[in-house]
Each structure stands twice: as structure tokens, then as C-alpha cells.
Write a protein that binds this ligand. Structure first.
Ligand code: PMP
Length: 286
């Protein structure tokens, strides 16, 4: 069956799914988005993703042209139309087409796009062995300039850090905030385990409030693991017993090296493995 891409309530083939070159999403990165996983035909934590989408849109004063209930139905319909059991949804809302020039108030037709597809973010082997990280020289956007809590279409900050990682032979890079603390990776949140306790940077370190991050914190608490949302430095990662990343696309993946320092014993650790198993169970049972 051919792919069905949703644009403003209508479905198009991949070849015919098009938006205007005057769309401010393209011209200025003016828009917001979500990335979610489909497990066994259902979108994991769809409501949480939609709430975050609405919050991102509110933060950039983008009036959502649809109700949350209708978009919930439309996302589910798009999943069904594409007959995807396991896959990924990219939900994009752009400011819409307008004249050249920044003025967002001249864009009167926000575009809602839903793409349901397969995704494989990191090579399968890395889920067994863990991945290696470098610290990017590119600092994460300062929250007072463009809050990382907004999942906006302006991902250049992350892309520049991603390039640094890839050039160094790593699929992910750690991004620091202006204080030199660990913020997050280019598309994932970061956790460490030390002496059996779990730590992750707090929201005000300047990170996206990841939905997978939230799920993992809940799972850890339910498993009796102490959790901390505290500022972390690179040093905390160097001396951690374990480190892992979370994200809708990435899921849970161990990180075993940072800037050439081996983390723990250089293998995915027991707490990471336990939480990963709990996460895999959760997404199937939801
Ligand atoms: N941080 C950034 C910068 C992201 O883009 C993402 C999503 N890919 C995450 C963290 C993880 O968020 P979530 O678990 O909600 O996918």
C-alpha cells in the first residue's frame, strides 16, 4: 500500500504531498512539530505529545487551526490509513504561506502535516553495544533566546551539534548550556546512573521536556530507583557507572564513551538494561 500523507485534512501520495515555497516554516523555520512512535498500531503517549505541541504553538503565538480532539482523531486515522503496526509519526504545524518578510501575522493558513513512516535513528548494533558521544562546541540555545522547551522547526542549533558529532565519528553529541552544564543530546535527553541512582538534567538546564524522559523517570520510581533532576557536568558523565539517552525515535540507548573516556565498564549497564526492558514492556502494554 502506498504511503498516505496528511496535509490539512486531505491525503496525498508521497510524490504529491507538497507545501508552498512561501511557507514560513520553510522560509524561517517558523512552526512547531512532534515526533512520536507507533507501537502495535497505537501512538505512544499521543495526548502528551499533542499537549506539548499546543504548548510549543502557544509559545510562538501560532494559533492552532484545529481542536486537540480532532487532531487526535486525525493522527489515529493517518496511522490506520498507512497500516503501520510499528513506525513513527512526524506531526508538523507551519505558520503557513505569506509574503516574503518575517511578519507572521500575514500568514493566515497554518499547515498541518502528518507523515507516518518507518524510522531507524541509530544502527541496530548500537542498541546492543551502546554508542559513543562527543561534546559539541555548539552551545544549546539559551532559554531566554529560544527556549529548548519549544519543539520548533528551527533545529539549526541541534543540527550544528549533530554535524560535530558525525564528523567525530559519533551518531550523537552532548550539548552543554551557557553555564557549561550538560543540557541534552541533539535529539535525545541524557541520563546517568551512579551508585544505583539515576540523574538527569532538570528542565531549567535548557532542554526539551522529553516524553520518553518522563516515562523513564516514572519507570525508575516504580522500580524503586532513586531519581534526581539535577545539573550535571561532563565530569559527572565521565565518572558515571552508566549513561543512556532517551527519545521517541531513539527509545532507550546506552552511551558507553564520552570524549574518549570509557563510561563505567564500557558496556550497557544493568540499570540501563532494566529500564530499557521496562520501557519496551510499557510501550507494548499502553
Ligand atoms: N531533546 C531533543 C532536542 C529532541 O529533539 C527530542 C526529541 N527527538 C528529545 C530531547 C526527546 O524527546 P521525546 O522523548 O519527547 O521524543
Amino acid at each position: 500500500m502506498s504511503q498516505q500523507i496528511y496535509i490539512n485534512g486531505e491525503y496525498f501520495s508521497r510524490e504529491n504531498a507538497k507545501v508552498s515555497v512561501y511557507d514560513h516554516g520553510l522560509l524561517y523555520g517558523d512552526g512547531v512539530f512532534e515526533g512520536m512512535r507507533i507501537y502495535s498500531g497505537r501512538v505512544f503517549r499521543l495526548q502528551q505529545h499533542l499537549v506539548r505541541l499546543w504548548e510549543s504553538a502557544a509559545a510562538i503565538a501560532l494559533p492552532m487551526p484545529i481542536s486537540i480532539e480532532k487532531l487526535t482523531d486525525d493522527v489515529n486515522e493517518c496511522v490506520a490509513k498507512n497500516a503501520l503496526d510499528d513506525g513513527y509519526i512526524r506531526l508538523v504545524v507551519t505558520r503557513g504561506a505569506g509574503p516574503l518578510g518575517l511578519d507572521p501575522y500575514k500568514c493566515s493558513n497554518p499547515q498541518i502535516i502528518i507523515i507516518a513512516d518507518k524510522i531507524s535513528l541509530y544502527p541496530e548494533q548500537m542498541y546492543e553495544d551502546g554508542l559513543e558521544l562527543v561534546t559539541a562546541a555548539t552551545i544549546r540555545n539559551h532559554p531566554a533566546a529560544l527556549s529548548p522547551r519549544i519543539k520548533s522547526l528551527n533545529y539549526l542549533n541541534n543540527i550544528m551539534a549533530k554535524m560535530e558529532g558525525l564528523k567525530a565519528g559519533c551518531v550523537e553529541a552532548v550539548m552543554l548550556n551557557t553555564k557549561g552544564e550538560v543540557a541534552e543530546c541533539t535529539g535525545d535527553n541524557l541520563f546517568i546512573v551512579r551508585r544505583g541512582e539515576l540523574s538527569t538534567p532538570p528542565i531549567d538546564a535548557g532542554i526539551l521536556e522529553g516524553i520518553t524522559r518522563g516515562a523513564v523517570l516514572e519507570l525508575a520510581k516504580a522500580a524503586g530507583i532513586k531519581t534526581h533532576e539535577v545539573p550535571l557536568t561532563r565530569h559527572d558523565i565521565f565518572i558515571a557507572d552508566e549513561c543512556f539517552l532517551t527519545g521517541s525515535a531513539a527509545e532507550v540507548i546506552a552511551a558507553v564513551k564520552l570524549d574518549d573516556r570509557v563510561i563505567g565498564n564500557g558496556k550497557p549497564g544493568p540499570v540501563t538494561t532494566k529500564l530499557n526492558e521496562a520501557f519496551r514492556k510499557l510501550v507494548r502494554e499502553q
